[in-house]
Design a binder for this molecule. Structure first.
Ligand SMILES: O=C(O)[C@H](O)COP(=O)(O)O
Length: 248
């Protein structure tokens, strides 16, 4: 028995286009992101990888990407589950800041430490400041100690994995084709787990916007092909370069 899992990072957002750190700020897709989501749906349809259930974060760029892709694939009727545990990494005090300007201010080493190191979080966001999520009704049910003020990737792995085991794996085990529509860093956390990547290797891994990544998993929910398969490898390579070059 093997299992079918598809990971899809949301299409480009307004703030990706403006080169701003986004994190938990609830920014919408831009026109390019809508097109990416449509293309993502076409790829699923054309490869006959039709999801039975979709898991998304609670952020609109992921929700809309899932809705658009599923509509194109004719699967808008499937079961939906959402969790804050699939949200983008909380970018702390960098949320809302310009990536290029931040690179200039901090220098390459510190900028990349905050952006890609496994265990160095950016400084925490000030509670009540413009891009803080305290008071956002979608997190009202969260115990306050779980609402992050900043996160490094290790923190994302820690808060994402319970959702993987408790919500996604049971759907896979039931034989469903599962679509997870989430974010650059929450998907990096999941890929780190799936491919069993060490803390150094994950630093160099970027997830492209809008290109479905298909994993066939074995009986232990581990990839049969490490790294999975991008359904459009050329588009994935181009989008990975674009992510790498943010801030430059
Ligand atoms: O939150 C953000 O700014 C992006 O979604 C991910 O950004 P990164 O590639 O700079 O980590």
């Amino acid at each position: 028995m093997t299992y079918r899992l598809i990971l899809l990072r949301h299409g480009t957002s307004d703030w990706n286009a403006k080169n701003l750190f986004t994190g938990w700020v609830d920014v919408d897709l831009n026109a390019g992101g809508i097109e990416e989501a449509q293309r993502g749906g076409e790829l699923l349809r054309d490869r006959d990888l039709l999801p039975d259930v979709v898991h998304t974060s609670v952020l609109r760029r992921a929700i809309r990407t899932a809705n658009i892709a599923l509509e194109v694939a004719g699967r808008q009727w499937i079961d939906v589950r959402r969790s804050w545990r699939l949200n983008e990494r909380h970018y702390g005090g960098l949320q809302g800041k310009d990536k290029k300007q931040t690179l200039e201010e901090l220098g390459e080493e510190q900028f990349m430490l905050f952006r890609r190191s496994y265990d160095t979080p950016p400084p925490p966001i000030e509670r009540g400041s413009e891009f803080d999520q305290a008071g956002d009704p979608r997190y009202a049910g969260l115990p306050p100690e779980l609402l992050p003020a900043t996160e490094c990737l290790a923190d994302v792995v820690e808060r994402m994995l319970p959702y993987w085991y408790d919500a996604i794996v049971p759907d896979l085990r039931a034989g469903k084709t599962v679509l997870v529509t989430a974010h650059g860093n929450s998907l990096r956390a999941l890929v780190k787990h799936l491919d069993n990547l060490d803390e150094k290797t994950i630093v160099g891994l970027n997830i492209p916007t809008g290109v479905p990544l298909y994993y066939e998993l074995d009986e232990n929910f581990r990839p049969i092909v490490k790294g999975g398969e991008y359904l459009d490898p050329d588009a994935a390579a181009a989008a990975i370069e674009a992510v790498k070059n943010q801030g430059r």
